[in-house]
Design a protein around this ligand. Sequence first.
Ligand SMILES: [Zn+2]
Length: 156
Amino acid sequence: MKYSDRLHSKALERYASQLNSRARAAGSPGAVTADELRGVVLDSGGRCSWCGASVVNAEFEIDHILGVVRGGPNIPANLALACPDCNKRKAFKHPARFAAEVLARGAPRTPFIDRVLERYGGDDPGMQGDLFADDLPPGRAIRGDDLDEDPAPYVW
Ligand SMILES: [Zn+2]
């Protein structure tokens, strides 16, 4: 979807419906409406939540902060605006791991990044095994962000 002063309701509805079917396929609870999606987009101030890049007049995507395949709920509080590059790089990574990655690449330490690190235990050594293990357990082959399968929720 393209970020501009006029976010078309039809586009938001289509996007909400995509997020909802992806979440359903992953067994994730919740559903988002086009209006809720509009709120997430406007709250972003036109910047990627992860790297801080402007998406004004550019394409953006909506990311489940804790991925639905990791058991993240499909609710507005678990959604963030992401630039296509960050969404692609993040794929199925644990949110705290990805937050550490964007900081290492020089992204500003924003309140969003702080919330992710606080909530998902980026600094907790007990989490390291999970955070830096392969992105998903063996036998869970998933390509890109495209879920046609029906994986069981991944408990991190
Ligand atoms: Zn980004």
